[in-house]
Design a protein around this ligand. Structure first.
Ligand code: IMP
Length: 194
């Protein structure tokens, strides 16, 4: 089984991606490979950050690897928080504070359209490939559901009447931004195997 290093230590993301990639590739994490420092993501775009993280890991380990970067893009906020989604309210990754700030910034706003966008940068044999996944939806008024992470309790994808946080991993993966990008990645990897 070929090893592929995924630039995350987030257990939720790992489970989501494992479920999509299947058994053809063994996913390993930075920690598994002795990379314990924070991986830099200082670029102004999702594409730039995904690329920066994947290149950093490739330079550190020489392994085939990929990194994703995701943003929640809210129409009425001009695409914010976007690339700043992780550090919207504070410098840490404080999901509850981010959600509170988002609700405050949308208070009284009729337009609650939003989308999640994921960009994946894959480095395979030193060459880079980018994949994108998008899911459209809207932001509800109160956090609902206990599953998932981040903005999941506030986001209802189009065609659904529940938030991502009210779904199992399999249900979220049926429509999610990350799963859509990962399916493109998986399709590419499978084609490379043949
Ligand atoms: P990351 O840099 O790809 O980890 O994503 C940046 C931020 O976007 C995270 O800290 C979360 O707040 C949010 N985020 C990313 N993916 C998701 C998701 O699938 N659901 C909800 N929020 C997410």
């Amino acid at each position: 089984m070929r090893k592929l290093l995924f630039a995350t230590n987030n257990a939720h993301k790992l489970a989501e991606v494992r479920a999509e990639l299947g058994d053809a590739w063994q996913l390993v994490t930075p920690r598994d490979c002795g990379v314990t420092e924070e991986i830099p993501e200082t670029q102004p775009t999702l594409e730039g950050n995904a690329s920066q993280k994947a290149r950093y890991l490739y330079d550190r380990t020489g392994m085939d690897c990929f990194a994703d970067d995701t943003g929640l893009e809210v129409e009425a906020l001009g695409g914010a928080p976007g690339v700043h989604s992780a550090r919207y309210a504070t410098d840490g990754h404080d999901f509850a504070a981010n959600n509170r700030l988002l609700l405050r910034n949308l208070a009284g706003c009729g337009n609650r359209r939003a989308r999640f966008r994921t960009v994946i940068s894959l480095i395979l044999g030193s060459e880079e490939h980018l994949f994108e996944g998008v899911v459209e939806g809207h932001i509800i008024e109160h956090e609902t559901g206990d599953e998932g992470f981040g903005y999941d309790p506030l986001f209802v994808p189009d065609g659904c009447d529940r938030t991502f946080a009210q779904m199992t991993t399999a249900e979220k993966n049926a429509t999610s931004h990350r799963a859509r990008a990962v399916r493109k990645l998986a399709g590419y990897l499978l084609a490379m195997e043949k």
